[in-house]
Design a protein around this ligand. Structure first.
Ligand SMILES: CC(C)(COP(=O)(O)OP(=O)(O)OC[C@H]1O[C@@H](n2cnc3c(N)ncnc32)[C@H](O)[C@@H]1OP(=O)(O)O)[C@@H](O)C(=O)NCCC(=O)NCCS
Length: 170
């Protein structure tokens, strides 16, 4: 079923409690919900979007600033994490709209690289690929660690370790 009634909009201050609940409910634990709060506190949030359906927040996605340390210098990139859709509203494209809308907004701002650690069967549909991240070192399993170029060639010749915001506790 395709749900067409929801809006994607920027998170507002008053949404914070509901955003926490959406993340905690979708993940079945509070770790990711608390991560969102820590990323806000750290001041590294680039974009935080919610999907709203008839006044209820049913999905959330967050993008934050991260870096790639290359031999030539530090390169800015964007971390996609976390994202969550209430279980009652999953598989209705809410997650897909959040990802695509977020990527469009980031591209319009001139961001060039987005990195995600996630389900290897989910993110490739948006253009993420483990192969794109193969020269980036991270503490994560290689098939779940994926990258996307918002600008063609943005990852060409890019090698080095990634540096996540401190909020991730890596
Ligand atoms: C992952 C998640 C955000 C997807 O949101 P969604 O609104 O259901 O996604 P969409 O409706 O846009 O896409 C549905 C597709 O996602 C796939 N999908 C959902 N969860 C998946 C998973 N864990 N692994 C692989 N594919 C998954 C479904 O199979 C479905 O594919 P299909 O339509 O081809 O059958 C949502 O399932 C969720 O909140 N899960 C719990 C939290 C989580 O795992 N977040 C992501 C961390 S990387």
């Amino acid at each position: 079923m395709v749900e067409l009634d929801f809006d994607i909009r920027d998170e507002q201050f008053g949404d914070r409690r509901e955003v926490w609940q959406v993340n905690a409910a979708a993940f079945g634990r509070s770790d990711e919900a608390d991560l969102v709060d820590r990323l806000r506190d750290e001041g590294v949030v680039l974009l935080s979007l919610v999907a709203e359906l008839r006044g209820q927040i049913v999905g959330h996605i967050l993008f934050s600033r991260m870096f790639i340390e290359t031999a030539q210098g530090t390169l800015s990139a964007v971390s996609l994490a976390p994202m969550a859709v209430r279980s009652s509203h999953q598989r209705r494209q809410v997650g897909s709209y959040l990802v695509r809308h977020g990527l469009d907004r980031l591209r319009a701002r001139g961001e060039r690289i987005v990195i995600v650690l996630g389900h290897k069967d989910y993110y490739p549909r948006f253009g993420f690929a483990a192969a794109k991240a193969r020269y980036l070192s991270s503490p994560f399993p290689s098939d779940a660690f994926m990258a996307l170029e918002l600008s063609e060639g943005a990852l060409s010749e890019v090698r080095g370790p990634v540096r996540y915001p401190a909020a991730f506790g890596l």
